[in-house]
Design a protein around this ligand. Structure first.
Ligand code: SF4
Ligand code: SF4
Ligand code: FES
Length: 247
């Protein structure tokens, strides 16, 4: 039977080292299967977060050969097996143990975003095109791979001033909802320089930059720099840019 070598990061906040394990490769195996083999046969104390093993819970996020991935969706036969497969925790978040990171900061950002709030005189009718526009954003499984790859968080650790692509997706879904009446904080979106790295790693193929971030940036510009919008706000007394929403 073919064998693979996994070089797995072991350790906690105090420091980590890479430990190699040899794993038999069965047809269809994914990296999470290999980690489970290690847990079952070689290192029962290996810490791995997972739940569904079906690409839907978003728990098993890690870095495989340096790329942020769901380990349950990364097949061994798609990786070069002639050298060790390097598995490490998401770099943007503090390590708790081995491959498990503390992603609780994301939930704190999420709590800052006001939920759907219908406009006072809303007519409860939506067109299919409006449903289609926000449907894409609802596919997010909160794996936080996009947060992990974004250089603003990963390299510059701007967690105090930047919400990150996952939450731009959430804000976009609310801002583009035609029945919603609030204008939400844009969570430091000006720091995003549209590198599209977040879109490239999203396992749900959400077009994060094109469909969420760029429209949000346009709304920020409309809100603060467009003279007609400013005039409209001044004379109508409106606090938000909801006039810019597609009605
Ligand atoms: S496009 Fe923006 S949010 Fe996405 S990874 Fe690049 S800087 Fe971060
Ligand atoms: S937008 Fe995509 S990459 Fe980001 S958390 Fe959601 S599913 Fe994961
Ligand atoms: S275990 Fe649920 S997404 Fe991988």
């Amino acid at each position: 039977m073919a064998q693979a070598t996994l070089r797995v990061s072991r350790g906690g906040p105090e420091g980590a080292e890479a430990v190699e394990y040899r794993v038999p490769v069965a047809p269809g195996m994914v990296v999470l299967d290999a980690l489970h083999y290690i847990q079952g046969h070689l290192a029962p104390d290996l810490a791995v977060r997972w739940n569904c093993k079906a690409g839907t819970c978003g728990s098993c996020s890690a870095e495989v050969n340096g790329r942020p991935r769901l380990t349950c969706k990364t097949r061994l036969d798609a990786l070069p097996l002639d050298k060790p497969i390097v598995v490490s925790p998401m770099k943007a978040f503090p390590v708790i143990k081995d491959l498990v990171t503390d992603v609780s900061w994301n939930y704190r950002v999420n709590r800052r975003i006001p939920p759907f709030s219908p406009a006072p005189d809303v007519k409860w009718k939506m067109y299919q095109e409006d449903v289609d526009r926000v449907q894409e954003f609802r596919k997010c499984i909160e794996c936080f791979l996009c947060q992990n790859v974004c250089h603003v968080l990963r390299d510059h650790d701007k967690k105090d001033s930047f919400g990150g692509p996952r939450f731009f997706v959430r804000v976009a879904a609310l801002e583009m909802h035609p029945l919603d009446g609030l204008s939400r904080t844009k969570l430091g979106i000006g720091l995003c320089n549209i590198t599209k790295c977040c879109t490239e790693v999203c396992p749900e193929d959400i077009h994060i930059t094109d469909n969420a971030i760029i429209p949000l940036k346009e709304r920020v510009v409309d809100d603060f720099y467009d003279p007609l919008t400013r005039l409209w706000r001044k004379f109508s007394g409106a606090k938000s840019d909801k006039a810019g929403k597609k009605a």
